[in-house]
Structures are given as structure tokens and as C-alpha cells.
Design a protein around this ligand. Structure first.
Ligand SMILES: [Zn+2]
Length: 430
């Protein structure tokens, strides 16, 4: 039994913080949470006075395995599978150290990574993978050049594949079944153009309603869902018609479409962090300068989309969409969302909201009796200073499934000694 004492608890539901709260963890779950002092028999205690306890954060739009320069997609020989695996595992470590105990991977890794983490061979978060995104010929995610002599597509089953090109409902169905066979827990489809695409436009719709219906049928057969990468409203309308439950980005969302989403019970997963980082780090990300104004414009529109969705009562998630190696700014999404909707709502989107989107709210996303014991302690008050959530050094305790996986608390006799390499990794995060 593990007892967390004297924490100020933000439980993920949007309710006011509860000071001087004690949490009793038994096995992988929370047994009790309240102000009553638990008995100190054979339990291990951690005193969280002065700290804020939150549910483990969730990133609903991760790409843990997209660690190679996207240009390497056209020539996968530029990077070895061993390097891809090593950089992916490093991202898993950084993710946990940043307080994210769960991610929904929105294309790239498959069930191979889940098995590596669940077996204990790799330290990392709970991963809900989509497998490769379903895309059409010439669509966003068809990354090799249009005149590429011989299509060469990076696809390493059990590790990473960015996209799978599918034309026609039967091809979509086959890919959906393959993704699920390899451990996908939901599907991702690119249903509009992308920000950095070179052969399509943000305003384009991609994949047909019939193609999307094939993906939705296969997902529903397994009691799960399809999420669509969608920047424009025409693509969201197609997705709603086909039965998609969630939309990524939603950059150009308008009021009428937000209303239609709310009526259908569909969710929006905005991705502000990647947009901000791309605009400020375009050189390191290997992008050309001409796309920078386009990206800045995108952030302004997405900010507006978040306001519109919130006003319409659309279920809101939180996704960083970080790409590349050394993904160490996952919390930036919450900071940017806090500037639009306030810190409490931003935290709620990244916990309860994401858990609902992922059909995991019976286990994850909030702190309460019976929930899985995924929680983090923040050194300070994230409601007053949301930036704390983007600073892994201030995420001093991370517990995943009842197990302490990071502990930077000052010396206390009962604290487990983290392996030196892990401590260094945590310190080197920023
Ligand atoms: Zn993405």
C-alpha cells in the first residue's frame, strides 16, 4: 500500500482544488481519496505538503516513433531501425519524466512498442497506438516526391510506419484490419490536406465518405473509433457523415460545424504546441522559411477554433503533435490552452477530456476511488503558473499504475532510489 499525504489535489474533473488530501493506493489502483487521515500501518508514505497532485497527464496526439527527419521517408536508408528504436525509447522516457503517463499515438508506432513497455523492457507511458495513418494517394502523409522513381516507404512492422496509402474502401478495410492485428486501439485517417504538405492544400478534402465508412465499420466492429486529421470544415463534415468520433487540429472550425460536432458527440483534439514549435524552430525541423507565416496563421486560427468549440460544448482534448527526436515540450500544449481557456480547463482537457475521447474514462484521466493510480506531483501551483507543466524538473513525482516511476523529491527515508541513469535523464530533459 502506498499513501500520498497532504497533497493539494486537482482531480481532473474541473472541480476546485482540494487541500490537505490523502490518497491511498493499493496495487495499481486508488482505493481512497479524502481528507480523513489514513492509518499508517504497513503502508509506505510520501508526504506531498506544498505540492499539487494531478492525474497522470495524457497526450492524445503523440508520435513517439516519428523520430527521423521526415525527408528520410523518401529514403529510409538514411537512418537504421536500431537508431529509430533507440530514439523512440528515449521519447518514451522523456514522456514519462514530463508527467505524461498515457499517450494516444496518432500514427507511427504499433503494438510492438506497447509490448516492449508492458514487458518492462522499455520505460514508458501507456501507449494507445493507431498504427500507420490511412491516407490516399497524393494526400497528406504521402511523403515521397510526386516524381519519385520507385516508391520507398518506411514500414517496419512492430516498430514504426507513418502512413499507409489506401485507395478505395476495400484497401482501407484491409489496412484497418492489418492495423488492428498489429495492436492498434483506434484508427487515424488523414481526411484533409496538411500544413507542411507540398502536393496538396489545407483546404482539400481527402478520402471519400465511402472509404471512411469502411474504416468506421472496422473500428466499430472492435468497439473502437476513427479519428480524422482535419484542418477544414468540409473534411469534418465528410468525417461526421462517415461516423468519425474525433477530429485532430480542426484549424478552420466554424460555429455551424462545431454545432454539428456537438450534436454528433464528436470531439476536437487541437494541437497548438506543434504549431508554435514549428514556427519558432523551423530551421532545426528542416523546414523552409516560406512556410513560417502559414504556420503562424494556423496557430491564430486554431486558437479561434478552440474558443468556438468550447462555446458550442464540443468535447475537447489535448494533443501536442510533437515530432522528431528528444520530444521534451509535451506540456507546452497545456500552457498554450491555458492562455485561451484558463489553466483548470486546460488541465481538464489533458486528463478527463482525453480519457473520454479514448474511451478510457472509467480507468484514466481523473483521481478517485477505483481509478488506476496514475498521478503526478507538481512542485508549485499549476493553476497560478501553468508553465510548471512544461517543466519536467518541476514534475517531481510520477506514479504509473501504482508504481513510482520518477521521484525527484528531497531526501526522505521511504523514497525508492531511482537508478542513476534515470535521474540524469530526468535532469537533462530540458
Ligand atoms: Zn500528428
Amino acid at each position: 500500500m502506498l499513501v500520498l499525504r497532504n497533497a493539494t489535489v486537482i482531480d481532473g474533473t474541473g472541480a476546485d482544488p482540494r487541500p490537505k488530501t490523502h490518497v491511498v493506493i493499493e496495487g495499481d489502483s486508488i482505493r481512497k481519496l479524502g481528507s480523513e487521515t489514513p492509518r499508517a500501518d504497513d503502508s509506505r508514505d510520501i508526504d506531498l505538503s506544498g505540492l499539487t497532485l494531478l492525474p497522470g497527464l495524457i497526450d492524445a496526439h503523440a508520435h513517439l516513433g516519428l523520430v527521423y527527419p521526415l525527408a528520410a521517408e523518401g529514403d529510409p536508408g538514411l537512418i537504421s531501425p536500431a537508431e529509430i528504436a533507440a530514439l523512440t525509447f528515449e521519447n518514451c522516457n522523456l514522456c514519462l519524466d514530463a508527467g505524461f503517463t498515457t499517450v494516444r499515438d496518432m500514427c507511427g508506432v504499433d503494438g510492438g512498442l506497447v509490448r516492449a513497455i508492458e514487458s518492462g523492457a522499455v520505460r514508458g507511458p501507456r501507449v494507445f497506438p493507431s498504427g500507420p495513418a490511412i491516407v490516399q494517394t497524393g494526400g497528406h502523409g504521402h511523403v515521397s516526391g510526386p516524381f519519385c522513381f520507385q516508391e520507398c516507404h518506411l514500414a517496419i512492422p512492430g516498430l514504426v510506419q507513418l502512413t499507409a496509402i489506401c485507395d478505395g474502401p476495400d484497401a482501407v478495410r484491409l489496412q484497418a484490419r492489418t492495423n488492428f492485428r498489429r495492436g492498434a486501439t483506434q484508427l487515424k485517417a488523414f481526411i484533409s490536406g496538411g500544413v507542411v504538405s507540398t502536393t496538396d492544400r489545407l483546404e482539400d478534402t481527402q478520402l471519400t465518405v465511402e472509404e471512411l465508412k469502411a474504416a468506421v465499420f472496422e473500428a466499430r466492429a472492435r468497439e473502437t473509433y476513427v479519428s480524422g486529421h482535419a484542418h477544414n470544415v468540409r473534411s469534418i463534415r465528410n468525417g461526421l457523415e462517415a461516423g468519425l468520433e474525433c477530429f485532430e487540429h480542426g484549424t478552420q472550425l466554424d460555429e455551424a460545424t462545431a454545432q454539428a460536432m456537438a450534436t454528433a458527440g464528436a470531439a476536437l483534439d487541437p494541437t497548438l504546441a506543434v504549431t508554435r514549435l514549428m514556427a519558432t524552430h523551423w530551421k532545426e525541423w528542416g523546414m523552409q522559411e516560406f512556410v513560417v507565416p502559414r504556420i503562424r496563421d494556423c496557430e491564430a486560427q486554431m486558437t479561434q477554433a478552440v474558443r468556438i468549440a468550447e462555446a458550442a460544448g464540443v468535447l475537447l482534448g489535448s494533443g501536442s503533435d510533437l515530432l522528431g527526436p528528444k520530444q521534451n515540450r509535451r506540456g507546452l500544449e497545456i500552457v498554450l490552452k491555458a492562455a485561451i481557456l484558463g489553466a483548470m480547463r486546460a488541465i481538464q482537457c489533458a486528463t478527463q477530456g482525453n480519457a473520454k475521447i479514448m474511451h478510457q474514462d472509467h480507468k484514466l484521466g481523473t483521481l478517485g476511488a477505483g481509478k488506476l493510480a496514475d498521478c503526478i506531483a507538481v512542485d508549485g501551483d499549476p493553476l497560478a503558473t501553468p508553465a510548471l507543466l512544461d517543466d519536467p524538473a518541476r514534475i517531481v513525482l510520477v506514479i504509473k499504475g501504482g508504481e513510482v516511476v520518477k521521484n525527484l523529491m528531497p531526501d526522505r527515508s521511504e523514497r525508492p532510489a531511482p537508478a542513476p541513469a534515470r535521474r540524469e535523464a530526468a535532469a537533462a530533459v530540458r
